[in-house]
Design a protein around this ligand. Structure first.
Ligand SMILES: Cc1cc2nc3c(=O)[nH]c(=O)nc-3n(C[C@H](O)[C@H](O)[C@H](O)COP(=O)(O)OP(=O)(O)OC[C@H]3O[C@@H](n4cnc5c(N)ncnc54)[C@H](O)[C@@H]3O)c2cc1C
Length: 452
């Protein structure tokens, strides 16, 4: 029986591991088809070897367009991507392919401008001005390029760290301006997309799929859920450590398909907060009528959450993330939390199977650093799990100075278990390194990062 469960978990895990690579491979195949359709269109005149450079410029524009549409799809929060690839990997893919899209677009524009200047015997500046004034859609494409460059500049880590999240996000919205500016020249310049044919249909399907997903899952579905579930804040409790637990009640919440360990993007629809959606993990097992989140005050938004009025309507997008029991590979669990990272761990503990060994490790540096610990203690008592509370000042590793050295001392046969980690980044890195050193396979180490 046990062996069957493990084999089933391993198979399910392998299937899930395949998805991110499969999705990325599919994106490059679609880009290759786009280039093939362009080459097949018969519009290419290669009279001299230098014309190949122009063709390369056009091909790069095609690849950039596919990657741009991929960006729209990746931020659409479509469940078929979020559930198979996971939100953190989707975000990582979005960052990597988005950077490539902008680099390719820049190269495309530089080559096309350079080659047009060469063909027309003009300087680069004259050519750029001539392009800008020759047709509205070419001017729009140049403005789009400037918008994309602004997004790239603000996404570079060092700039991002200096910008407030909200400002960075606002600049990111320029991507939509960029896409709106870039699309017309793709259809109106050149002959690839004229006169119907396979290329026309290919792009039409791509655009419809990407923007359709965005429209459905970012706009229509949230509004539909707002009406269907009528979710409202039913309780706001301030915890002794300063965190706030917020209970949201609604109708038919099972239909959301939320699992312990997942997070949602929460938007509280009162006068001051409705514009901002913030990610918070579920801090209790979701039920058909209630969801709960627990928030530690850290900035403008979270500091004010204790003032949330009971009855406030809630728009929750998701559930998102794959930090759940479904991701398990081995037999037995180790749940490791520090600080507010205890929220998904607390929820997962509620769903632990009593027939499997489960050790919960909570790192606490002071009374102000122990949100939900009383609830965890209570759940552990009821479930028969092991609890190790590591109290004390920071040590050299992730455990306190005078505590046992690490996972090997704290957990029996840790190598065969799944290790779930949530807490401050550097601390969680140290736990992960320890788990790997104890022989836990990479696929059995699961992390939830509270930062994007
Ligand atoms: C997957 C995930 C799950 C999380 N779960 C919890 C939880 O259960 N409990 C909890 O207390 N915190 C959780 N967080 C962290 C929480 O989202 C941030 O602390 C909160 O959004 C900060 O908002 P602020 O305006 O108060 O702080 P600020 O000081 O304005 O922001 C602090 C940092 O939080 C991030 N942030 C701010 N606004 C947003 C936003 N709208 N979307 C995404 N990130 C943002 C940015 O990295 C920013 O630098 C989670 C984060 C993630 C990514």
């Amino acid at each position: 029986m046990t062996a069957t469960v493990e084999r089933e978990r391993a198979r399910e895990g392998e299937r899930r591991d395949w998805w991110p690579d499969g999705l990325e491979a599919m994106i490059w195949v679609v880009a290759a088809i786009g280039v093939a359709l362009m080459l097949r269109s018969g519009s290419l005149q290669i009279a001299a070897p230098i014309d190949l450079v122009y063709t390369l410029g056009r091909a790069l524009g095609i690849v950039a367009a596919v990657l741009l549409l991929t960006q729209v799809l990746l931020v659409s929060r479509a469940p078929y991507i979020e559930r198979s690839v996971g939100h953190d990997r989707t975000t990582a893919l979005h960052t990597r392919l988005g950077t490539w899209a902008i680099i390719l677009m820049l190269t495309h524009a530089s080559i096309i401008t350079g080659m047009s200047a060469y063909y027309d015997g003009r300087g680069l500046l004259d050519q750029s001005i001539a392009t800008f004034t020759s047709a509205w859609y070419l001017a729009a494409a140049q403005i789009a390029l400037t918008a994309f460059l602004a997004v790239l500049a603000t996404s570079i880590a060092i700039v991002r760290r200096r910008l407030r999240y909200e400002r960075w996000h606002l600049v990111h919205v320029l991507v939509y301006v960029g896409i709106a500016g870039a699309v017309p020249h793709q259809f109106l310049e050149g002959s690839t997309f004229r006169d119907g044919g396979p290329a026309w249909w290919f792009w039409l399907v791509l655009y419809a799929f990407a923007f359709g997903s965005l429209l459905v899952f970012r706009f229509v579905q949230p509004l539909w859920r707002l009406a269907r579930h009528d979710a409202r804040v039913s309780d706001v409790t301030r915890l002794p450590d300063g965190s706030v637990s917020i209970t949201v009640m609604g109708r038919d919440l099972d239909a959301l398909g939320a699992k312990s360990g997942q997070f949602m993007l929460w938007r509280f629809l009162d006068r001051t907060r409705w514009r901002e959606a913030h990610p918070f993990s579920l801090s209790a097992r979701p039920t058909d009528t209630s969801l709960r989140l627990t928030v530690r005050p850290s900035g403008d938004f979270t500091r004010e959450l204790a003032t949330l009025a009971v009855g406030t309507r809630v728009l929750a997008e998701g559930p998102l993330g794959v930090f759940t029991h479904r991701a398990r590979r081995g037999r037995g669990l180790v749940l490791v939390a520090a600080g507010i990272g205890i929220t998904p761990i607390r929820a997962m503990l509620e769903d632990c199977d009593a027939s499997e060994p489960c050790t919960v490790i909570v790192r606490v540096s002071g009374a102000e650093d122990a949100p939900l610990l009383d609830e965890v203690e209570d759940l552990v008592r009821r479930s028969g799990a092991d609890l190790r509370v590591l109290r004390g000042p920071r040590g050299d590793g992730w455990t306190p100075r005078d505590a046992p050295g690490g996972l090997a001392d704290l957990v029996e046969e840790v190598g065969g278990r799944d290790v779930y980690i949530c807490g401050p980044l550097a601390w969680a890195d140290a736990v992960e390194a320890d788990a790997r050193a104890c022989g836990v396979p990479p696929a059995a180490v699961h992390r939830e990062r509270f930062a994007w």
